[in-house]
Structures are given as structure tokens and as C-alpha cells.
Design a protein around this ligand. Structure first.
Ligand code: ATP
Length: 896
């Protein structure tokens, strides 16, 4: 066997089929398992090395690259120079702990996203051990027999053995934007790379057609591997929200620093504070009030959302989609495979004279075909045989029995035709061997048919065609059109998907077919009706959408009557209206905008129609999620606010254009993702409504003290302590909040509704004032009781923490009361965070070494009870406010 170097230097394009085989030391019909193992150990996986991750040390150091941290460190230096060693040490400790938390959080978020990327690792079709199978691209080895279809990314460098209308977009490799046409003929040795039409290069995209070939180079030995070894990097985009908050935090930092400077000057000049203490206090406050930790917490919230969505079979490819999903107001979905199971069974066979019914379920090729109604069974069967044979020969799929289960390799409808042939006692392998395939026109959603040219044992050349009935009627011009249309309506009303079949005798010796050959003289053989049951869970998912104010539109390539029957079965709307592609074409953009509001089923549509539908919906202000699977769906997937590709039946091209991929192709998974999207958005709002007012309250209390000239209610180091323990505990838990009950009973939020709604702003002001009022009140009360300044300050610090805990319970439910069992019990992250916080506070208050560092003092049991009672009163007050807001409808008004 040849080594990798030989393979790279071989002129594959100049070799004929058998020469390729002998150079690789293999046959040209696919490898056996043994050969695969041998090649794999010789050549390794078909993968390019990953872009190196950022060095952990550099990532850690990057945590310090922040204006506030510089100021804080400068403060520490000043403190150290002035012999305030404890203060300096506390500041340094705070900075380091903060960096460690940030570092761990970032690493976790990155890991979670990376692990999820693995779920949608690309797949490829190969023939091994004589069976067509789908494997991970990384498992391909040189010598593999690889099949390519429109929409696939070429998985390795291939020498094509057979290419039909194959157009490959090689822009990645050559920069040429026009797709190159490929064929299998041998080329001269000196042909330039860009002109090697019998080669398909790894990483390029099949835009149309069909082909198969032999993998001649994999991994780093491919052309793309040689150009760049670092092509696969994890896509890391900031979301609009993150950018907005980051931007805000940066600008706010400067504002706060300016304010801090003024305050510091005021404190030293007019209030005769000790300058180093004033400096540290002001810096500590600045650090507290700038929500510099917010982007990190929001990233975590998003990452958790991404992970939860993956758990529900929705894999996010582009992070901003997580935010948009929650606001989705219209879901446009395919029918086949998304609303239905895409497990086809041929049920009804209609010929010119008879209708026959096939029994059996799924792909199990066992069942009977019997005449429906009066007539001669033998005659009916004889009439049906050409149709059944056509269904087998105009077909790329096959069925295999794997541990008692019959599985389809290829298109499910074609699998059903394979099973039908077996029920009619046809041996598929033998029939396909007797009718050698010479050429084909692959199926395309644009022309809606497929044709093959086959040569029989008697040298007859016959073209077999199957496709949408309208497409076949155009070729065959049948006499009894009314009969056929009646039959289609009858089958479609049962929700059956109807396919028509035709054949044409071609001149003996024909080796190619073209679109001209399909144009005329095709003889109509009959129709087959397939059942494809709706997915059970979809009905509930649609009901959930309806209660959540999300409209669902079915956009399908299928017949209007079939689509409508399925829409009714699923209760898509009370009275679904249908619009077919041809009518849609006649509408102006403005007319379409009106139509999309009323119509819920779009039938016989092509990918271009989808694009117009999304645009029309968006023009109406809708936020649109749109599904797609074909190579031509990429534009509408990109146009949609959330493009959703199918993980199982979708092409690589559609997956790359999409922002989310469904692992199970199931509509219900989109709805789960929307629910998680709403949860993420709620949680981000909860994080903000918790974090900003708590910082605000602290700042207000200290600023008032300085302005009015009384003793600081907390020392600088105490402020740092509060910031630190809160950031490490309660600041994180809201990211983990589960979905609020009723999340899917609300209308979607409006496009462009601000995150900081009037309600949140009101909350910021109210809670800041309450916090400042309570703590200052307590401070003066304690001093008035003759307690020492140190005890009063310890009480203030503990008051802050207790108030934060109670306020957290209030914020956990933004849309309903928190005074329920469920609300009181909390979640594990909440309880763990509170436990850690209470231990921290106990140390702060009672441990002698902490008393020494932070100048804190032990407090009595009665003091603790007082703190608890004030916290509880705060919670009740805020719950009453929530109730009033909801009662008078101000909540929704203020929420935008
Ligand atoms: P959806 O858009 O909901 O997934 P669909 O699968 O019916 O629906 P297309 O794949 O665009 O949409 O198919 C459109 C029509 O083309 C089908 O209704 C059928 O009549 C015909 N068709 C589909 N697959 C094949 C095939 N493999 N061979 C021939 N005709 C086909």
C-alpha cells in the first residue's frame, strides 16, 4: 500500500479508473471494513488540526486588562506605600479572586460552546462493505467510495468516477465565484488545479447535481489542508445585546471615574476625610457600581441557554440567535419531516383503471397489495407492475435490516417505493442489476421530478420518471386529466403525499438523457399515495405556540390538499387558508404582505417563494424563524431572524447558513428552543434587575454619607468585601433560573423593545432608594442605641447581604408572585449560593482574623433577628409593589 506522500504527488486527474484503483491498492466499488481499518491506521483521521486555543495564562492575564482594575491596583499601591498593608492586601486579594472567577466562567462558557459544536459534526455518504452508509466526515479514508449530492460539502479530495450535472462552488480554493462544472473524463497531466474537472476538492460546496468518486486525499493531505491547516476555528461572535452592554459598561466606567474623582476631591477638601481612605472608598464604590461583571454573567446565561437548547435537540450555531429566539413571533416550517415523521409508507396505487391498497407499516417490506373495490385482482396487479418497477428504478435509496429493524439509506419516499416493490414480490437487487442505470437527472425542488435512463437485458433503453403530479402531467398530457385529478384530491384529502410515475422508450443505444427528453411523449404509469403521519408531539407544540402568540406557517413543496389535510390534523389554525406558489408569484410585494397575515399554508412553493414570504413577514414587523433543508434554502435561512436547518435530512449548505440546527428535525424542538430563548431573556433581565439596583443602593448610601459629612456606613474594605462575595455567589445564580411558569402564555416581546424597560428603570430607582434608606436608617439607629461605629458598620454590611438575599427571591419571578412554595424553596444553585454567602458572613462577623482585617465585630442573636425581619419586610413590600403593578396593568405597559 502506498504511503501518504505518494498519494499527494499522484496525478489523479490523469489516471483512468482502474489505474486509480491499482495505485491505491483497492477496488473501485467501496472498501471493506478491514481495508478501512488499514487505511485509517496508515493515514489517520480526515480532519484538519484545530486552531490553537488561547493560552490559559494569557486568558487569565486578560482578566486584568480593565480600566477599573488598574485604578484599583493603583489604590493598592498607594495604600501599601502609606503602610496600610491590610487594605492593600484586601484589594489585591479581591482583584485576584475576581480574575479567577472571570477566568473560570469564561473557560466554562467556551467549553460548553465547543462541546455543542461537536454535535453537528458534518456527515458524508459512502459505500462500504457493499452498503451505502452515512458516516462522520472525519472517518473517511483514502480509497473510500464517496457519494455527493447538491448541498453537500465535499468531504475529502475526490477523483470523480461519475458526475451528473455536478456544479461545484470552489470559491474557497480558487476564489472563483462561478460554480465549476464537473465530469469524470481523464485529463492531461499538465492540467492546472483550477481546471481539474474530474476532481472534487475537500471543503468545496456541491451547488447542484449528483456524483460519486474515490477519496484520494484526506485531512492535511487535501488541497485545502495544504493551503491552510487552521481553517476550522470556533465561531465566536458577540451578540448585539452583549455588545450593547459592553459598550455601555465602558462608557459608564469613564463617567463613574469622573464622578468618583469629584467625590474624592469633595471628601478630602470639604469633609476632611483622610485622603487614602477616601481614595480607596471611592475606588471601591466605582468598582461596585460599574456593572463590569455583567457581560460575563450574560455570556454565562447565554451559554447555559445554549446548553439547555442542545439538551432539547436544538443546536445553536450563531450565539445571537439565542436572544432572537425568545422574541420569535412567527415560525415558518417545512412539512415533511418537521411536522410529519418523514417515515413514508406507500399506501395507495392508482393506475388508469384501478386503485390498489398496500398493507403493512413503516419500512418493513411485508404486506399485501389488494384491489380497492370491485375488479380483477390479477389484472389490477399486472397493470400496477410497470409503475412499481419504475418506482424502484427511478430511485437511489435502499433498505437494510439492522438488528430486526428496517432502515432506509437515502430518501424516505424512495425507501417506501423499495419496500413496495418487495411487497409486490420484486427482488430489488436483481431488478436493479437487470436494468443497468446509464444516466439520471437528479431530483431538485425547483423542477420537482427525477429521471433515470436504464438499459434492460434486451438492450432496450427506457427512461423512468417520477415526481410531483403537475410536473408529470406537463410531460405526459394525459387524456383523462379529470380522473387523475380526482384521484389525487381523494388521496390528498387523507393527508397522503402523491407522486406520479412515467416511462418513455428511448432509442436503443441512448446513453444520456436531457431535459428535452423529459419534455414530451412520456407515458403516465400512475400515482402512488404515501402516508407520512404527523409527529405526535407537534400538535401540543403548535397549541403552545398559539397560546404564546406565535403564528405558525407551513411552507411546503407538497400539494395544497395534502398540506391542508395535515394542517387540519395538527390544528395549525382554526380554519387554515392556503396559497399555492403559482398564485403567490402573481402577487405584488404589498399584496403578499397582506396575504401572509391570513394564510397559514403555502403549498407547491419553491425556495425563492420562501425568501419573499420571510421578507413580507418581516416588513410586517414579525420576528421570523424559518426552517430549510435544501441547498437553495440558504438565502431564506440567512434572511430569517432565526434560520433553522435540519440535522438529519438537511444539506451541509443549509446547516452552514442557519443559526440553529435541529438534531431530530422536529418542529417541537423549535418550540422548546423558543421557550428556552424566552427563559434566557427573562434571566438576563433578572440578572440586570438584581445587579444594578443593589450596586445603586450601596453607592447611594456611601455618597450620601460623604456629601452630608457623616461617618462612612461601610469602610472601603467592607465595600470591596460586599462586592466580592455577592459577585461570587448571588450574582451568578440568576443565570441558572429555570423557565418561569407561564413563559409560553405571554405574547412575544416586540422587535426592538429595550432591555431596560420603563419597569426595570423604575425598579432600579425604587430598590436603590429602599436599600440606601434601610441601611442608613439602621446605621443611625445602631449609633443612636449607643453601639460602636464598628458594630453599626458590621450591621450595615450584613443588612446589605440579607436584603440582597430577600430581593433575589423577589426578582426570581418577574411575571408572578414569589410568595409560593416553589418560590420559597428556591433551586439548588440559589440554595448553594445562599449557604456559601451565609458562611462567608458568619466568618466576616465572628472570626477574629476577619474582625482584624475588616474591622468588623460580632453581633448578637437579637441583631440577627432584626436583620431577618427587615429583609422579610423588604420582600413583602416589593411583592406588594409587583402585585399592584400587575393588578393595574402597569407592568405590561411599562415592560414595552
Ligand atoms: P417540505 O417542503 O415540507 O419538506 P416536500 O418535501 O414535499 O415538502 P420538496 O422536497 O420540495 O418538498 O418536494 C416537492 C415535491 O417534489 C414533492 O411534493 C414531491 O411531489 C416531489 N418529490 C419530492 N421528492 C422527490 C423525489 N425524490 N423524486 C421525485 N419527486 C420528488
Amino acid at each position: 500500500m502506498s504511503g501518504p506522500v505518494d498519494l499527494e504527488e499522484a496525478d489523479w486527474h490523469a489516471l483512468a479508473g482502474d489505474e486509480i484503483g491499482s495505485l491505491l491498492g483497492i477496488g473501485l466499488t467501496g472498501l471493506s471494513s478491514d481495508e478501512v481499518d488499514r487505511q485509517a491506521s496508515c493515514f489517520g483521521p480526515n480532519a484538519l488540526p484545530k486552531a490553537a486555543r488561547r493560552n490559559p495564562l494569557l486568558r487569565f492575564l486578560a482578566q486584568f486588562n480593565n480600566t477599573l482594575i488598574y485604578v484599583l491596583l493603583a489604590g493598592a499601591l498607594a495604600a501599601a506605600l502609606l503602610d496600610q498593608v491590610v487594605d492593600a492586601a484586601v484589594i489585591v486579594a479581591v482583584v485576584i479572586v475576581n480574575a479567577i472567577i472571570g477566568h473560570i466562567q469564561e473557560g466554562k462558557a467556551e467549553q460548553a460552546l465547543e462541546a455543542i459544536q461537536q454535535l453537528i459534526a458534518p456527515k458524508a455518504s459512502v459505500v462500504r462493505d457493499g452498503i451505502r452508509q452515512t458516516i462522520a466526515v472525519a472517518e473517511i479514508v483514502p480509497g473510500d467510495f464517496v457519494l455527493i449530492e447538491a448541498g453537500d460539502r465535499v468531504p475529502a479530495d475526490l477523483r470523480l468516477l461519475h458526475a451528473r450535472r455536478l456544479l461545484i462552488d470552489e470559491a474557497l480554493l480558487t476564489g472563483e465565484s462561478v460554480a465549476a462544472e464537473k465530469h469524470e473524463a481523464v485529463l492531461p497531466v499538465e492540467t492546472e488545479l483550477a481546471d481539474r474537472q474530474n476532481m472534487a476538492f475537500s471543503g468545496t460546496l456541491a451547488a447542484a447535481g449528483q456524483a460519486h468518486g474515490i477519496a484520494v486525499a484526506t485531512g492535511t493531505h487535501t488541497q485545502i489542508g495544504r493551503i491552510s491547516s487552521l481553517i476550522q476555528s470556533v465561531e465566536q461572535t458577540a451578540t448585539p445585546l452583549l455588545k450593547q452592554i459592553d459598550h455601555f459598561a465602558r462608557r459608564f466606567t469613564w463617567f463613574v471615574l469622573a464622578g468618583g474623582l469629584a467625590l474624592f476631591a469633595f471628601a478630602v477638601l470639604f469633609r476632611s476625610y483622610d485622603w487614602i481612605n477616601a481614595l480607596i472608598a471611592v475606588v471601591a464604590l466605582a468598582v461596585g457600581i460599574v456593572p463590569e461583571g455583567l457581560p460575563a454573567v450574560i455570556t454565562i446565561t447565554l451559554a447555559i441557554g445554549v446548553r439547555r437548547m442542545a439538551g432539547r435537540n436544538a443546536v445553536i450555531r450563531k450565539l445571537p440567535a439565542v436572544e432572537t429566539l425568545g422574541a420569535t413571533s412567527v415560525i415558518c416550517t417545512d412539512k415533511t419531516g418537521t411536522l410529519t415523521r418523514n417515515e413514508m409508507t406507500a399506501r395507495r396505487i392508482i393506475t388508469a383503471r384501478h386503485t390498489m391498497l398496500a398493507t403493512g407499516s413503516g419500512y418493513v417490506p411485508e404486506g399485501h397489495i389488494t384491489i380497492d373495490g370491485p375488479g380483477d385482482q390479477t389484472e389490477a396487479m399486472a397493470n400496477a407492475m410497470p409503475l412499481i418497477r419504475c418506482g424502484l428504478l427511478c430511485n437511489d435509496a435502499s433498505l437494510h435490516k439492522l438488528s430486526d429493524e428496517w432502515r432506509v439509506e437515502g430518501d424516505p419516499m424512495e425507501g417506501a417505493l423499495f419496500a413496495l416493490a418487495m411487497k409486490a414480490a420484486v427482488d430489488p437487487e436483481r431488478a436493479r442489476a437487470e436494468w443497468e442505470r446509464l444516466d439520471e437527472i437528479p431530483f431538485d425542488a425547483g423542477h420537482r421530478f427525477m429521471a433515470t435512463l436504464c438499459r434492460g437485458l434486451d438492450d432496450r433503453a427506457v427512461m423512468f420518471v417520477k415526481g410531483a403530479p403537475e410536473a408529470l402531467f406537463a410531460m405526459t398530457s394525459p387524456n383523462e386529466l379529470a380522473y387523475w385529478e380526482g384521484a389525487i384530491t381523494a388521496a390528498a384529502n387523507h393527508g397522503e403525499r402523491v407522486l406520479a410515475f412515467g416511462a418513455k422508450e428511448m432509442p436503443t443505444g441512448s446513453e444520456r438523457i436531457s431535459f428535452d427528453d423529459v419534455g414530451t411523449d412520456v407515458q403516465l404509469l400512475g400515482l402512488v399515495g404515501f402516508i407520512d403521519p404527523p409527529r405526535v408531539e407537534v400538535r401540543d407544540a403548535i397549541a403552545e405556540c398559539r397560546s404564546a402568540g406565535i403564528a405558525v406557517k407551513m411552507i411546503t413543496g407538497d400539494h395544497a390538499a395534502t398540506a391542508l389535510a395535515i394542517a387540519r390534523q395538527l390544528n395549525l389554525t382554526d380554519d387554515p387558508q392556503v396559497l399555492i406558489g403559482l398564485e403567490l408569484e402573481k402577487l405584488s410585494d404589498a399584496e403578499l404582505e397582506t396575504a401572509v397575515a391570513e394564510v397559514s399554508v403555502f403549498a407547491r412553493t419553491s425556495p425563492e417563494h420562501k425568501l419573499r414570504i420571510v421578507r413580507a413577514l418581516q416588513a410586517q414587523g414579525a420576528i421570523v424563524a424559518m426552517t430549510g433543508d435544501g441547498v437553495n434554502d440558504a438565502p431564506s435561512l440567512k434572511q430569517a431572524d432565526v434560520g433553522v436547518a435540519m440535522g438529519i435530512k438537511g444539506t451541509e449548505a443549509s446547516k452552514e447558513a442557519a443559526s440553529m440546527v435541529l438534531l431530530d428535525d422536529n418542529f417541537a424542538s423549535i418550540v422548546s428552543a423558543v421557550r428556552e430563548g424566552r427563559t434566557v431573556h427573562d434571566n438576563i433581565r433578572k440578572v440586570i434587575s438584581w445587579e444594578i439596583p443593589t450596586n445603586g443602593g450601596e453607592t447611594l448610601a456611601v455618597v450620601l454619607a460623604i456629601l452630608l459629612g457623616f461617618a462612612l456606613p461601610m469602610t472601603a474594605t467592607q465595600i470591596l468585601w460586599v462586592n466580592l462575595v455577592l459577585a461570587a455567589t448571588l450574582g451568578l445564580v440568576l443565570a441558572f433560573e429555570p423557565t418561569e411558569p407561564g413563559a409560553m402564555a405571554r405574547r412575544p416581546r416586540k422587535r426592538g423593545a429595550p432591555l431596560l424597560s420603563p419597569f426595570l428603570l423604575w425598579r432600579v430607582v425604587l430598590v436603590s432608594l429602599l436599600f440606601a434608606g434601610i441601611t442608613l436608617g439602621l446605621f443611625f439607629y445602631m449609633l443612636g442605641q449607643g453601639r460602636s461605629l464598628e458594630v453599626a458598620r458590621t450591621m450595615v454590611v450584613n443588612m446589605f447581604i440579607v436584603a440582597e438575599i430577600f430581593y433575589l427571591f423577589n426578582v426570581r419571578y418577574l411575571h408572578m408572585t414569589s410568595l409560593t412554595w416553589r418560590g420559597a424553596l428556591g433551586t439548588p444553585p440559589v440554595l448553594i449560593a445562599i449557604c456559601i454567602l451565609l458562611v462567608g458572613q458568619a466568618l466576616f462577623t465572628y472570626a477574629p482574623f476577619m474582625n482584624a482585617i475588616f474591622d468588623s465585630r460580632p453581633i448578637s442573636m437579637a441583631d440577627c433577628i432584626l436583620l431577618f425581619m427587615i429583609g422579610l419586610a423588604l420582600l413583602l413590600l416589593l411583592e406588594a409593589e409587583k402585585h399592584v403593578m400587575r393588578r393595574f396593568g402597569w407592568f405590561t405597559e411599562l415592560n414595552g
